[in-house]
Design a protein around this ligand. Structure first.
Ligand code: SF4
Length: 247
């Protein structure tokens, strides 16, 4: 089965196509990455990056294939200054030519988070207006997006597959089965600059009010939304068959 036979003239993806692609690319995640970035049968493809602790590996892999890959980066208004500088420096280092900085709508912030305190009493709502909505807007016109999630990051991600449907789009997780050691080895081999906060005790980096240092032995994402029953921002919430995309 070819990718072309899986796609329509205007690709619209679902669980059946995701399953077939998982069979087709079993054990060949990097081929899947190359094909989704170069084969028009997959439709328009973007890569979503947080420019966080592990982001350099996937961005480097994509840059080797296409330096003009659209990179979607959500600047929530609460990112660490170190992350903003890292996004600029790493984009330049890798020669990425189409990094799109996304922002929440000012009118929405004025209405729903005028005091910039929503993160402290309603982190789900804060993520909705600062992360989910801006990304949803930016994904308009894309058929497939690439994510850097790894199954070792936390229990919620343990069952990650290479391809997964999300609404009418397809999501590719090319690093889903990479271990932390593999990521470190790849970054060292290619001399990729690390996020400056990793050495300061942050193995997972999001917004400053919702990210804390992680102690030895803790889950790498234990410092995200510490004290809340929350482990994802909503961007990666899976959709149920027949439902609209959940962003
Ligand atoms: S991670 Fe925290 S500050 Fe950032 S959007 Fe979500 S709740 Fe708001």
């Amino acid at each position: 089965m070819t990718a072309a036979s899986l796609a329509r003239a205007e690709p619209q993806w679902g669980p059946a196509q995701a399953g077939a692609l998982n069979d087709r690319y079993s054990g060949r995640a990097l081929d899947a990455l190359a094909d989704t970035l170069t084969d028009p049968a997959f439709g328009a493809t973007a890569l979503v990056s947080s420019f966080g602790a592990d982001s350099a590996v996937l961005l480097h892999l994509a840059a080797q294939i296409r330096c003009d890959t659209p990179i979607l980066f959500v600047e929530t208004g609460w990112l660490f200054p170190e992350t903003l500088r890292y996004a600029e420096d790493l984009s330049h280092h890798l020669g990425l030519t189409d990094v799109r900085w996304l922002s929440p709508l000012q009118a929405t912030l004025d209405e729903k988070d005028p005091k910039r305190l929503r993160w402290s009493y309603d982190p789900d709502g804060c993520c909705d207006i600062r992360k989910v909505e801006p990304l949803d807007r930016a994904l308009t016109g894309f058929d497939l997006w690439i994510s850097g999630r790894k199954s070792h990051q936390n229990r919620a991600r343990a069952q990650l597959s290479l391809f997964e449907p999300q609404g009418t789009r397809l999501k590719l997780n090319p690093l889903h089965n990479w271990s932390a050691d593999q990521l470190r080895a790849y970054a060292a081999q290619h001399k990729l600059p690390p996020h400056p906060l990793v050495a300061d005790g942050y193995p997972s980096i999001g917004c400053s009010p919702c990210t804390s240092r992680v102690q030895p032995g803790e889950d790498p994402r234990a410092g995200r939304w510490r004290g809340w029953d929350k482990s994802e921002c909503g961007i990666h919430v899976p959709s149920e068959p027949g439902n609209d995309p959940v962003f």
